[in-house]
Design a protein around this ligand. Structure first.
Ligand SMILES: Nc1ncnc2c1ncn2[C@@H]1O[C@H](COP(=O)(O)OP(=O)(O)OP(=O)(O)O)[C@@H](O)[C@H]1O
Length: 239
């Protein structure tokens, strides 16, 4: 299972994505990183079919850009940046609000994120981390082959953030998983591959283990050091 992307995108004549190309496949977690305004969310929305870019996006050779939205939604699911629900649905109802699901797929998805027993509770009763899990369950219930997540760990404490990342680590063996991440330490620890964007252009793409701190220094405009500890590598940044 392989996704190939080469896109450009403009808002009102301003080029936001400039011929950004990369590949992603099952078995690897790809993280998109880069400073605010780099175009990360725009890129994810182009793949999700929310925005219409120029270029080409194929999944195992299938042209996603020329596909009907209903067909594409069966293949690609998208978890937007967290926003809190406005209506008091139960957890189960909320997951059923995705475009495609079967009764069985909702149950499997909620069990996967550990919230099936709580399915009749209101989504208003959820913490930020639990709500993020519900958003992921809604995407999983669609059963697509590509899972896109926009900052799935923002606003979460370290424990919940690690829980989400562990879940993505499991899911990468079933789907193409691509996440926009602001937390560089999580990206470095969990992503197999990184796509680094700045000002709408690809600056670097490669194995997370091969990332040179100089790339981050150039992109973020800060000094960066990698520190090795017993639990892994950490990034220290300084102005
Ligand atoms: N609806 C819109 N209309 C016009 N410009 C937009 C729109 N949405 C985003 N942009 C612009 O596109 C550029 C990229 O935005 P995008 O949200 O993709 O960046 P990002 O890398 O996800 O940023 P962040 O890390 O802050 O979420 C920004 O300059 C932004 O102002």
């Amino acid at each position: 299972m392989r996704l190939d992307v080469r896109v450009s995108f403009s808002y009102n004549g301003e080029e936001i994505l400039k011929d950004v190309s990369f590949g992603a496949h099952k078995g690897e977690l790809l993280a998109i990183i880069g400073p605010n305004g780099a175009g990360k969310s725009t890129l994810l929305k182009c793949i999700a079919g929310i925005l219409k870019p120029e270029g080409r996006i194929t999944l195992d050779g299938l042209d996603l850009l020329s596909m009907k939205p209903s067909e594409r939604a069966k293949l690609v699911s998208y978890v937007p940046q967290t926003s809190f629900p406005e209506f008091s649905f139960t957890i189960e109802e909320f997951v059923e609000m995705g475009a495609y699901f079967t009764q069985g797929s909702v149950e499997v998805a909620l069990k996967r994120v550990g919230l099936w027993e709580r399915r009749n509770e209101s989504v208003f009763a959820l913490s930020g981390g639990e709500y993020q899990l519900v958003l992921i369950a809604r995407a999983l219930a669609q059963g697509g082959r590509v899972l896109l997540l926009d900052e799935p760990t923002s606003h979460l404490d370290v424990n919940n953030a690690l829980e989400i990342m562990e879940l993505l680590r499991e899911l990468k063996d079933e789907k193409v998983v691509i996440a926009v991440l602001h937390d560089l330490n999580l990206a470095l620890r969990y992503a197999d591959r990184l796509l680094v964007l700045r000002k709408g252009s690809k600056v670097w793409e490669g194995k997370a283990s091969e990332l040179d701190p100089k790339v981050l220094e150039e992109v973020y405009g800060v000094r960066v050091e990698f520190v090795e500890g017993k639990l892994g590598r950490a990034i220290v940044a300084s102005p």
